[in-house]
Design a protein around this ligand. Structure first.
Ligand SMILES: [Zn+2]
Length: 66
């Protein structure tokens, strides 16, 4: 089965019996990503998650004049 990467338009051949091929056949709009792109994307996502986890804890203002 020949598939085209949605990101870089590279055409790759994948095994007809592979899980990926089955998944792509089941979906009319198949989005295939080549290994290079999926690695790149996952690294970007990881980086984004990494910065997203960087949280500032708001210092609670304790101005209780009791
Ligand atoms: Zn690609």
């Amino acid at each position: 089965m020949r598939v085209k990467c949605v990101i870089c338009d590279k055409i790759e051949g994948i095994e007809d019996e592979s899980l990926e091929a089955k998944r792509l056949r089941n979906r009319p709009i198949h989005t295939y990503m080549c290994k290079d792109c999926s690695i790149r994307i996952s690294e970007k996502t990881k980086a984004r998650i990494g910065t997203g986890n960087f949280r500032f804890y708001r210092a609670r203002s304790e101005k209780d004049d009791w």
